[in-house]
Design a protein around this ligand. Structure first.
Ligand SMILES: *[C@@H]1O[C@H](CO)[C@@H](O)[C@H](O)[C@H]1NC(C)=O
Ligand SMILES: *[C@@H]1O[C@H](CO)[C@@H](O)[C@H](O)[C@H]1NC(C)=O
Ligand SMILES: *[C@@H]1O[C@H](CO)[C@@H](O)[C@H](O)[C@H]1NC(C)=O
Length: 214
């Protein structure tokens, strides 16, 4: 697992690095086809983002194995962009490799959920579960639109947390992640920064036959 702290105290939970291609081909229903189309539109930006990120991580961790989920990173930034405007929004979209047109922004917000919909499978030997969670301090009042969109587009569960009580907030988050990852990540946070007001999590739980990493 690779864990990294970012500006705005955004935390991303990264559980799986690689997803077998076979999963993409299983669903044939109408919604499946629609999802496939939406997910195709974000494919090239996603691949390029993963490549850039890998290069960066390798340069920062020479001689080490790097294990991360570019999809979780990209999804978290895409969700975060729902609450961003002006230069921050531009930076986020550019960073993810999306064209700065309204159309691209909409396609991005359709593409990520569509991709997760396709990945959501318990078929055969493969179990793959994913989700998005937002823990936000109860003293912070985000725009209702941000909360609505993150819920409606990304199916995110939003929790109020009391970050003044850092221990309590940490336990709240760690317990939740522990449950969602079936005990695989019992303690996501050892500590929370004292200025944390928001934690955004994308988790992917994968259980299946081993897949090759190269
Ligand atoms: C962004 O998308 C628009 C509309 O599809 C296209 O005309 C333009 O060339 C694209 N810009 C870049 C930098 O890719
Ligand atoms: C994944 O599948 C489960 C069970 O069918 C469903 O409850 C859940 O809403 C799905 N999640 C997504 C993101 O499609
Ligand atoms: C949040 O935690 C602080 C520190 O423990 C406590 O004083 C405060 O009453 C809590 N706020 C709420 C709304 O529970």
């Amino acid at each position: 697992m690779f864990l990294r702290e970012m500006q705005l105290t955004l935390y991303v939970l990264l559980v799986v690095a690689c997803i077998p291609k076979a999963i993409f081909c299983q669903e044939q229903s109408d919604t499946g086809e629609k999802s496939l189309l939406a997910h195709h539109k974000i494919r090239s930006a996603n691949s390029a983002f993963a490549g850039r990120l890998l290069k960066l991580l390798i340069s920062e961790n020479p001689q080490k194995n790097v294990f991360f989920s570019p999809l979780s990173m990209a999804t978290s930034f895409a969700m975060l962009s729902l609450g961003a405007r002006t230069a921050t929004l531009t930076n986020l979209l550019e960073g993810l490799g999306f064209n700065l047109t309204k159309l691209q922004e909409r396609e991005m917000h359709e593409g990520f959920p569509a991709l997760f919909h396709l990945l959501n499978t318990t078929q055969g030997k493969v179990q793959l579960e994913s989700g998005n969670n937002l823990f936000i301090d109860d003293k912070i009042q985000p725009l209702q639109r941000f909360l609505d969109e993150i819920r409606n587009l990304y199916g995110a569960q939003v929790f109020a947390a009391n970050f003044t009580d850092a221990e309590g907030a940490k336990k709240h988050i760690n317990d939740h992640v522990d449950k969602k990852t079936h005990g695989k990540i019992p303690e996501l946070f050892k500590d929370l920064d004292s200025d944390t007001v928001m934690v955004l999590i994308n988790y992917i739980f994968f259980n299946g036959p081993s897949i090759g990493f190269s």
